[in-house]
Ligand binder design. Structure first.
Ligand SMILES: [Zn+2]
Length: 454
């Protein structure tokens, strides 16, 4: 608990103001009407935690924009955050109980009044982190947010993630293992059986043939890799149905079902850009798909409209120069706003990378996207009404991988009570996943030599 008491400022008495101090105080008072936000004490209105392997986010939602300072400590690892202009209330005390035992980064949280108007959070960590601490202005339903993102010091490699998550014998795991090693020169990944065999000690005898070593996989043959991108997540619920169904939940469920179907195909494997309830910025989704050299990218969403009568499924591809309809343009804007709601650190250096990446989009990927999109749309049309008969196009940020055919599937309208029930039902989730699989298979079958070879 020394953290709460160790660095309070040297005792200042309320008596014994010097004239200079008094003048400073008077000046501050005079300035109050000009900068009311700084003077006003803030209140925490909500606290949320979003633990995930990739990073854990802690969000403190407040009714005023408050300044925060942070630093990390080692032995044991801690993140200390001081929030100015805040006094204790029961909401912030709830944060202590919001840490989940399976959180990969946070062991526990302590909250205390450090100085008269400073709340100190001490996050006891399970591993050293590279924190990003930033504030977000009010947007959507949210007031001001102070965001603490805890990233691992060494970022997780999506290739490793695929290999490590692979169950049973998995043709892709071995290929990816080799890819990852070639890429990084890093230590070998544990084999799919979870065992790391030591390299055999070989004593060469004259004339003896060397012992058989595991042969490298044929370099021309690798499974077709489909990146599945469940929209939204974490702070960003996506659209919410009248019955309370959240887009982020149903699209994750559909994506997981489709992943199972794809993984059961002989020469295909799926990769999820998120497999839990946390937010992934749009450009990170694109980067992940490129990092695993996906052959296809499918972003999965649920539509919403102010009128509950709107219904049907639709499929979108990227447009570089204007949307095919005003509805498509509106839809792209709504989906692109995910980063505002979900909350990204605009100060992060990744933004520059994103800008460069997103300007590279090519016509070839869009042509292929429209081809696969048409096939997927036709299959979905067999199980649900279509909102649009053709693949629509607009400037979706998440479809901007320059080299991966990318489509966005609006599986149904979550704002339509009937379709909200469909989206919630496991049988519809299976049906739509199955329909997407058939469309994907047809596209691959019609595109020989499409798989990018390692
Ligand atoms: Zn969406």
């Amino acid at each position: 608990m020394a953290d709460f008491t160790g660095d309070s400022p040297a005792g200042t008495s309320s008596r014994g103001y010097t004239r200079r101090q008094f003048v400073a105080s008077a000046t501050t008072l005079l300035l109050l009407p000009v900068i009311p936000r700084l003077a006003r004490a803030g209140t925490i209105v909500a606290v949320r935690t979003w633990p995930a392997d990739e990073y854990t986010r802690v969000t403190l939602e407040m009714d005023a924009e408050l300044k925060a300072e942070h630093f990390t400590l080692e032995n044991p690892n801690r993140l200390v955050v001081d929030i100015n202009g805040l006094t204790m209330n029961s909401t912030i005390e709830q944060l202590v109980s919001k840490v989940r035992p399976n959180d990969p980064y946070i062991e526990s949280v302590r909250v205390g009044q450090n100085r008269p108007d400073v709340i100190r959070l001490v996050l006891d960590l399970k591993q050293a982190v590279a924190p990003q601490v930033f504030t977000l202005k009010p947007v959507g339903e949210y007031q001001y947010r102070l965001v603490l993102d805890l990233y691992p010091k060494v970022a997780q490699d999506p290739l490793l993630a695929i290999a490590n998550n692979a169950l049973d014998a998995d043709p892709l795991a071995e290929v990816l293992e080799n890819l990852a090693q070639a890429d990084s020169g890093a230590a070998p990944i544990p084999s799919v059986e979870g065992q790391q065999l030591p390299a055999p000690a070989v004593v060469k005898k004259p004339g003896a043939t060397p012992p058989p070593v595991r042969s490298a996989p044929p370099s021309v043959d690798r499974p077709l890799l489909v990146a599945l991108d469940p929209g939204h997540g974490g702070e960003d619920p996506g659209a919410i149905g009248r019955g309370g169904t959240r887009e982020k939940d149903v699209v994750l469920s559909i994506a997981r079902r489709l992943k199972k179907l794809i993984d059961a195909q002989p020469n295909m494997q799926a990769y999820l850009t998120r497999d839990n309830d946390y937010f992934v910025p749009l450009q990170v989704r694109v980067q992940k798909a490129r990092r695993v050299k996906a052959d296809l990218f499918i972003s999965i969403h649920a539509d919403a409209w102010v009128k509950p009568t709107a219904r049907g499924s639709s499929v979108y591809a990227l447009s570089q120069n204007g949307a095919t309809s005003s509805a498509a343009r509106w839809m792209a804007k709504r989906e692109n706003d995910a980063d505002l709601i979900g909350g990204i650190n605009l100060g992060s250096h990744n933004q520059q990378v994103a800008k460069v990446l997103l300007d590279l989009s090519t016509a070839a990927q869009i042509n292929d996207a429209v081809r696969v999109g048409s096939k997927v749309l036709r299959e979905i049309g067999k199980i649900n009404r279509l909102h649009k008969k053709n693949v629509e196009r607009a400037g979706f940020a998440v479809l901007k991988a320059p080299d991966i055919p990318s489509i966005l599937v609006e599986t149904a309208f979550i704002s339509n009570p009937h379709e909200e029930r469909l989206l919630k039902s496991p049988s519809y989730q299976d049906q739509i996943a199955q329909a997407m699989l058939v469309g994907i298979n047809e596209y691959f079958a019609a595109s020989p030599g499409l798989a990018r070879r390692a």
